[in-house]
Design a protein around this ligand. Structure first.
Ligand code: ADP
Ligand code: MG
Length: 350
């Protein structure tokens, strides 16, 4: 196994807050342990307020743990100031210097280090090539689009070859199409430079697309760490099952009727086949009968809401292989048999 780039050892960060003149505390990060490996594209994924930014700020040194420790390549940096850590941060608002040219912005870290002007220009040009902005060195940030500014911020953060690059929702301000394009590009840049990237996002699709591994945050804790496939296919908890992708969660009596046990389980909508009442069920399959209550045609696929006999409902998505929008609408109010493989049933905690 590769060396640890970042190690969190039981890290907590508690903030003191005042509300209506009453003093209280917020546990922004609550006893997190985490091992991020050298060269990984690692995402911190979770809803707003789950502790992602606080975790990132503690890696950067802008904030410090209330308890626990953080190691950077084996060195305890918990109490080191930001400039003594070999990490750099890209912020969502880019934070470019408006009065400087693009080239000067990118070379800023080298100027601080008193690198010669010729060397700075050479390095800045290399970085602008890397982020696909060759020839942009003499422009001003105001003359760039949002996506281009984002690339400049990235080039500026990478020019000193930090050991770890921290990115806090860096694509949040871009429109969907540009964001998807930047996701692919960011990943490819990371692979070329080989630097450990720690990427914060609340967008599960973004995390699944880009990451080698993902930590799923909820209420200051980590619910699961895994590859995109592991987190998606084997959600460890109810929270992960519902936050990452769409999931059907079934418990109690309804679960018992389907699987024979009342343990709560999740089943992904795309694993379920919409069959008819005459379909036979093989030994490795499970089924549930119900009525189609809602049909939404979404071009690539159709989403069905099925009300189960005896209560509860399940979402099913099917690819529109041979069906048109007219065909799928006919399914409404029909009795159907839902069939899926036992192996796709995931028992979840919490
Ligand atoms: P995320 O980045 O996942 O949205 P944050 O790490 O920013 O979450 O915040 C986690 C929790 O800590 C939130 O409840 C937030 O309000 C609180 N918090 C963050 N920073 C501070 C602060 N400086 N003072 C008080 N509370 C804070
Ligand atoms: Mg945040």
């Amino acid at each position: 196994m590769k060396e640890s780039a970042i190690l969190f050892k039981n890290v907590s960060r508690v903030f003191s807050v005042r509300h209506n003149d009453i003093a209280g505390t917020v546990k922004a990060v609550d006893g997190i342990s985490l091992d991020i490996r050298d060269g990984e594209f690692f995402s911190l994924l979770g809803p707003s307020g789950s502790g992602k930014t606080t975790s990132l700020r503690m890696i950067a040194g802008f904030d410090r743990p209330t308890s626990g420790s953080i190691l950077l390549y084996g060195q305890d940096v918990s109490n080191l100031p930001p400039y003594e850590r070999d990490v750099n941060t890209v912020f969502q608002d880019y934070a470019l210097f408006p009065h400087m040219t693009v080239g000067e912005n990118v070379a800023y870290g080298l100027m601080i280090k008193k690198v010669s002007k010729a060397e700075r220009q050479k390095k800045a040009d290399e970085m602008l090539d890397l982020v696909r902005l060759p020839g942009f060195a003499d422009r001003k940030p105001a003359q760039l689009s949002g996506g281009q500014r984002q690339r400049v911020a990235l080039a500026r953060a990478l020019i000193n070859h930090p050991k770890v690059l921290l990115l806090d929702e860096p694509l949040g301000a871009l429109d969907l199409k540009l964001r998807q394009q930047m996701q692919v590009e960011l990943k490819s840049i990371q692979q070329r430079v080989g630097i450990t990237f720690i990427f914060v996002t609340h967008d599960q699709e973004e995390a699944l697309t880009m990451s080698d591994r993902i930590a799923v945050f909820n209420l200051g804790k980590i619910e699961q760490v895994g590859t995109p496939a592991e987190v998606y296919e084997h959600p460890a908890t109810t929270f992960v099952a519902s936050f990452v992708g769409t999931s059907n969660l079934v418990s109690g009596e309804v679960a018992k009727r389907i699987t024979g046990s009342d343990t709560r389980f999740s089943i992904r909508p795309e694993k379920i086949r919409l069959g008819s009442m005459s379909d036979k069920i093989d030994a490795d399959m499970v089924s549930a009968d119900g009525v189609v209550r809602d049909v939404v045609y979404i071009g690539l696929f159709t989403r069905y809401l099925i009300e189960l006999e005896g209560g509860g409902d399940l979402v099913v998505v099917e690819q529109n292989l041979n069906t048109t929008s007219m065909d799928v609408m006919k399914a409404k109010s029909q009795k159907v048999r839902l069939i899926w493989k036992k192996e796709h049933v995931r028992h979840v905690e919490g």
